[in-house]
Ligand binder design. Structure first.
Ligand code: ATP
Length: 449
């Protein structure tokens, strides 16, 4: 069950323990932009590594790419973002606040938060206007004569425009895919809910190119299933994941089918999209062919025919997945035999930023030296945290709330026979193992699982 105040709890935990800070906080912050601290950067990197491993490294039919954020502005005309990447907006002339016209139901009047915009007597809402979500900037030394360029609102276009470059360089045959992880920027009107909807975020996208005359619907089903299984493999609870099928009204005009994978974030957010799996037909390559004047056809040599492939896209947010993992893992629980309860971040061991806490039981009798040496030996293999301060119970709690799966304690017996205790974060079970077996023990349990 999701914790009812999970978002507030997470914002505070993430700041306190160095997962996520508000951007430019000393200047009062920047709207919906966040910085990842020492533990957050490890967690998000682990998420991205799991994705890269599943999508690129472990498959021979997907190639990696890292395309630039700034692209020729024509790309965004071809993709439809210049004309169509808009939200309808209304302004309130009284309080100067801006709302999404299609989300007024969920919004609150800043002057009277118990009412919706338009429900307070002073509200003066304008007619809806279209607002483009792309950030613009200038390329070139002199602003007036420089070209307007956009910060990409998605990574996918970098893949489409490189489709033939990658195919020819790697000699991949359709069906095959191209994957990339990168920053995207959207001037969202209603950002919020911590890192759920931000103006700068990271996407992990894969475009799979298939034969329009072949089994493209089977590939669509294949990727739907793969992507759901990936989320479950990260430890997201099964009953908090579901598919949402786009209704005919939600479906883009070119799309053959689209499903979102939703996760139950709890805390007032409920089920929300974390990933989209879309059958985009030949819209993207077709449009780039039209706007660039360059053929983007695949040559099917055995059958001596050319075609523009269909695209099955999987698009997931790295930050949103990170938030899902934090919300999924957060729990408060009583500890048998202790007055104080504990906060646990039940992260999958492969995702935990620190894999093992290493503690000398007391600061004497050679224990700190033994523990520090062990930490030094393990550090090149996985992230460890050495801690000798405070009561042992407190040191365990500090690791529990950042999701560290194992704590190793060096005690009197260690000094006699070279064994240490290994405490499991979830079961609280402790067992003794030889210090020189710890590396293999922890490595075996924190793999990609
Ligand atoms: P939403 O309806 O929530 O704005 P979307 O349908 O516009 O999302 P897509 O364009 O399909 O999203 O992007 C794919 C994924 O990128 C989303 O499932 C989400 O995980 C992530 N994403 C999109 N916009 C944002 C954002 N503003 N902040 C964080 N992640 C985002």
């Amino acid at each position: 069950m999701p914790h009812p105040d999970v978002m507030d709890k997470l914002v505070s935990l993430c700041k306190r323990r160095g997962f996520i800070f508000q951007s430019s906080e000393i200047y009062g912050g920047t709207g919906s932009v966040w910085d990842y601290g020492p533990l957050g950067v490890e967690l998000k990197k682990n998420v991205k590594d799991r994705w890269w491993h599943a999508m690129v490294r472990s498959r021979d039919d997907i190639e990696g790419l890292d395309a630039a954020i700034l692209m020729n502005p024509r790309v965004w005309e071809a993709s439809g973002h210049v004309s169509g990447f808009t939200d309808p907006l209304v302004d309130c002339k009284a309080c100067k606040a801006r709302f999404r016209a299609d989300k007024l139901e969920d919004a609150r009047c800043p002057r009277k938060p118990s009412r919706r915009p338009g429900e307070h007597t002073d509200c003066q809402l304008t007619e809806p206007r279209q607002f483009n979500l792309m950030f613009k900037t200038f390329m070139g030394p002199v602003e007036e004569s420089a070209a307007v360029v956009y910060l990409r609102p998605e990574t996918a276009q970098g893949i489409y425009v490189n489709f033939l470059n990658v195919q020819q360089a790697t000699r991949q045959k359709v069906p095959f895919g191209i994957a990339q992880i990168g920053k995207a920027f959207r001037n969202e009107i209603t950002p919020g809910n911590f890192i759920f909807r931000t103006r700068e975020f990271e996407q992990m996208e894969m475009q799979f190119f298939v034969d329009p005359n072949g089994d493209h619907m089977q590939w669509f089903e294949f990727w739907k299933a793969q992507r759901m299984a990936w989320h479950a493999s990260l430890g997201l609870q099964h009953d908090r994941l579901l598919f949402h099928q786009h209704s005919p009204e939600e479906l883009a005009h070119y799309a053959r089918a689209a499903f979102d994978i939703q996760f139950d974030f709890g805390g007032g957010l409920g089920f929300q999209e974390i990933e989209g799996v879309h059958h985009r037909g030949d819209f993207d390559l077709g449009r780039h062919q039209e706007y660039s004047g360059k053929k983007l056809e695949y040559f099917d040599q055995p059958n001596n025919r050319r075609f523009v492939p269909f695209v099955i896209e999987t698009s997931v947010g790295a930050d949103r997945t990170t938030l899902a993992l934090l919300a999924n893992g957060y729990r408060e629980e009583a500890v048998p035999g202790e007055d104080e309860g504990r906060v646990v971040l039940g992260l999958h061991p492969s995702l935990a930023p620190i894999k093992a806490g290493i503690f000398p039981l007391v600061k004497k009798d050679g224990m700190p030296e033994f523990a520090a040496k062990l930490a030094g030996e393990l550090r090149p293999h996985f992230p460890v945290f050495y801690d000798e301060s405070g009561a042992i119970g407190r040191r365990y709690r500090r690791q529990d709330e950042v999701g560290t799966p194992f704590c190793l304690t060096i005690d009197g017996e260690t000094m006699l026979n070279g064994t240490v205790t290994v405490r499991d974060r979830d079961s609280l079970r402790q067992e003794r193992i030889a210090a020189d077996a710890v590396r293999d023990y922890v490595s075996a349990r924190v793999g990609n699982g």
